[in-house]
Ligand binder design. Structure first.
Ligand code: CMC
Length: 428
């Protein structure tokens, strides 16, 4: 059987054979299908990319129907159990798990780049005291491009390598500085004796003690959360990274764009929205009213539903288990009781069942962050830190992909045709 799609254009009666490759047809194959004299061929209309592959990728695989997520072929559950965030970041960037020597070199190369230029502190100081830390993060990451002008040499492998180290290494520093700024506390410098998550906790929470000692359970929980958030194939922020990266700016600028995309409540802002939603619901007895409002279309049940997963999000399974562990140590909270009951009711409700709406990664992650002592405004920032490894892996893949060009979608123009300018006094 030939791997082709036969299309008959009923406007002209012409038939076309379109090759199928890797389960896809090329949208450009439809350009040849023309009916009028205007020379315009068919375009493929797909707002929000519901069924359009924008790239070929070898980084992350998702099978949404079966709840499978693989980074470079490795199941997320195994990485969450056995790996660390930095090892997972190496895997995403390089395609293979590191040997011992490679891991040591990678950790060294990231760790020596954790400091930021002192001027960065000065302009963080310029933000208002209640500036959202995600706004601070996206501005300061964009501003890093001005400190490393050579980063524009994106086709130089060594320059790309250093930009990747710098971005992965400096994200926790910038995130922690944004947090300390909001509290009016002095910034903590990185402690390179600590692990990646341990150092982040140090920069967030160290007060006057000489050496910050992270609680091992909290350090591990944070590392696992970082692993779970490290990549998620062509999500909104990764698409922003690739799309902005396609015009060939430096990776700091492209990462700032990805952070902006992640900021929205439908993407990385969802975990913050979940906790605020649970706060509004308040008590278990008010859940039925809330659910009725969701079903009436008044609002969404945040932390539920996913564009790709139409089954339980595998990351949510790991997080739910972890939330149980962390909160059994720190003590359950009324918020978590409301969340658990809300999940139970929603999973049995026909509205959610028929639309295949299950908890996603954001439903429980916020409760773990809160148990660790991280305020809600910081939740999307906590998502951005590890996703940087995914963004950079996808960015580099895209740059080296010979088929990629500047991203520039088509449109269906439905507006006015040519008309003459009307002077103001004659406008109705
Ligand atoms: N609560 C109530 N109804 C929902 C929800 C929800 N959370 N999500 C989807 N629906 C309904 C929606 O109203 C629609 O119903 P109908 O067919 O009657 O019009 C149907 O389900 C399909 O929804 P959709 O908007 O076409 O689905 P989508 O694939 O465009 O949206 C989503 C995916 C994640 C944006 C959406 O499910 C949502 O807004 N969820 C809440 C926000 C959230 O938790 N986002 C985090 C996503 S996971 C983290 C990440 O990877 O970014």
């Amino acid at each position: 059987m030939p791997d082709t799609l036969t299309v008959t254009d009923n406007r002209t009666g012409k038939t076309y054979d379109v090759p199928i490759e890797n389960g896809a047809v090329r949208a450009t194959a439809f350009e040849q299908m023309k009916a009028g004299d205007d020379g315009r061929g068919l375009v493929v209309y797909d707002p929000a990319f519901l069924n359009t592959a924008s790239c070929k990728s070898r980084v992350t695989y998702i099978d949404g129907d079966n709840g499978i997520l693989l980074y470079r072929g490795y199941p997320i559950e195994q990485l969450a159990e056995h790996s660390t965030y930095l090892e997972t970041a190496y895997l995403l960037v390089h395609g293979e798990l590191p040997t011992k020597a490679q891991a040591e070199e990678w950790i060294h190369d990231i760790t020596i780049h954790t400091l930021v230029h002192e001027n960065v502190k000065t302009f963080i100081d310029g933000f208002h005291h209640d500036a959202h830390p995600m706004g601070i993060l996206l501005s300061t990451v964009g501003a890093l491009s001005t400190f490393y002008p050579s980063a524009t040499q994106i086709y130089d492998e060594e320059t790309r390598r250093i930009s990747i180290y710098r971005l992965i290494a400096k994200m926790p520093t910038l995130a922690a500085f944004a947090y300390r700024h909001s509290l009016g506390l002095p910034y903590n410098y990185p402690d390179n004796d600590l692990s990646f998550p341990g150092n982040f906790l140090n920069m967030l929470f160290k007060m006057v003690e000489l050496k910050y000692q992270p609680v091992p359970e909290v350090e591990r929980a944070l590392d696992v959360l970082f692993i779970l958030h490290a990549d998620h194939e062509q999500n909104c922020s990764t698409n922003a990274m690739r799309s902005v990266g396609s015009s060939h700016p430096d990776p700091y600028s492209a990462t700032a764009a990805a952070i902006a995309a992640l900021y929205g409540p439908l993407h990385g802002g969802a975990n913050e929205a979940v906790v605020r939603m649970i706060d509004r619901i308040g008590t278990v007895d008010r859940i039925p009213d809330f659910i009725a409002g969701v079903k009436a279309g008044k609002e969404r049940l945040m932390g539920f539903g996913h564009r790709v997963y139409k089954n339980y999000d595998p990351r949510a399974k790991v997080i739910k288990r972890m939330a149980d562990q962390v909160l059994s140590a720190t003590g359950s909270t009324p918020r978590l009781d409301v969340a658990r009951e809300l999940e139970k009711i929603a999973l049995e409700d026909e509205y959610f069942v028929s639309r295949k709406l299950y908890p996603n990664v954001d439903f429980y992650s916020g409760f773990i962050y809160q148990a660790i002592g991280i305020p809600v405004e910081m939740f999307p920032v906590l998502f951005a830190i590890p996703r940087t490894a995914g963004w950079l892996s996808q960015w580099e893949e895209s740059l080296l992909d010979k088929e990629q060009k500047i991203s520039r979608p088509r449109q269906l123009y439905l507006g006015e045709q040519t008309r003459d300018y009307v002077p103001m006094e004659r406008r109705g």
